[in-house]
Design a binder for this molecule. Structure first.
Ligand SMILES: CC(C)(COP(=O)(O)OP(=O)(O)OC[C@H]1O[C@@H](n2cnc3c(N)ncnc32)[C@H](O)[C@@H]1OP(=O)(O)O)[C@@H](O)C(=O)NCCC(=O)NCCS
Length: 211
């Protein structure tokens, strides 16, 4: 049986780094890992089969212009354990923490060629908000994926006009230190794609929960 644990201390850092370094195309430095994991330890989970760590997720959250945003930085499940719902469970746990912490939305980037990740996030209700040209160091484009949490209507703004004319994706203010965010400042906006509503089912734990 797979056990899910949240990050406890630095003794787990080595395991997390080696898992991610094996599987993701982007190279990350120890400073990047530390940035995420020490600042948001409750947004890092590991999946264990016995003593063997078989998957992990690393995220953060914070103010991004006029939204409080969760961000999924890294997600990996090792090959023999794929297709068993482990990534879905890791992502779901992080999304739950983000939702409970008051996030308005969750974002991440995925390679446009990463069918598995795109399907997984599509199933969880993420939409394709934007295509980022040559976003990764390997030259591949990315999709920025976004999950919006339902919120109760604002009684002071019955016409829902907040944020009109305000594209939250064109920000220049951030405090990230990965390649990704470095790109974000310079990104060539390929225009907002037609949101691809790829989800076929939603996750009941946060859907419709407007608290
Ligand atoms: C992407 C990844 C994390 C998925 O992990 P996983 O534990 O196998 O995912 P899940 O079992 O939770 O999959 C959930 C759903 O995602 C979709 N999915 C996952 N992998 C898929 C694949 N290779 N092809 C097509 N769909 C896939 C399926 O719809 C699946 O649901 P189903 O099994 O009911 O059909 C894993 O393949 C991985 O670590 N890849 C390398 C690293 C990576 O790409 N990380 C994501 C970066 S954005």
């Amino acid at each position: 049986m797979i056990q899910y644990v949240s990050y406890k201390d630095e003794t787990q850092l080595e395991t997390i780094m080696s898992l991610i370094d094996q599987e993701l195309s982007e190279p990350y430095s120890i400073f990047t890992y530390r940035y995420f994991i020490t600042l948001w330890p409750d947004l890092c989970f590991m999946a264990f089969d016995g003593d063997n760590c078989v998957g992990t997720i690393v995220c953060k959250m914070g103010q991004h212009r006029n939204t409080f945003r969760g961000y999924i930085a890294m997600l990996v499940v090792i090959k023999p354990y794929r297709g068993k719902g482990i990534a879905t469970e890791l992502v779901t746990r992080c999304i739950q923490v983000m939702h409970d912490s008051g996030c308005d939305e969750v974002t991440l980037e995925a390679e446009v060629t990463n069918k598995g990740a795109l399907a997984l996030y599509g199933n969880l209700g993420f939409i394709r908000a934007k295509r980022l040209h040559r976003y990764y160091l390997n030259g591949v484009d990315a999709f920025r994926l976004k999950l919006l949490f339902p919120r109760p209507p604002d009684p002071n703004n019955l016409f829902g006009l907040a944020g009109v004319g305000h594209d939250v994706d064109h920000g220049h203010v951030h405090h990230d230190c990965t390649h990704h965010q470095h790109h974000e400042d310079q990104e060539q906006c390929a225009g907002n794609e037609h949101p691809h509503v790829g989800h076929t089912h939603h996750h009941p734990r946060w859907e419709g929960d407007n608290s």
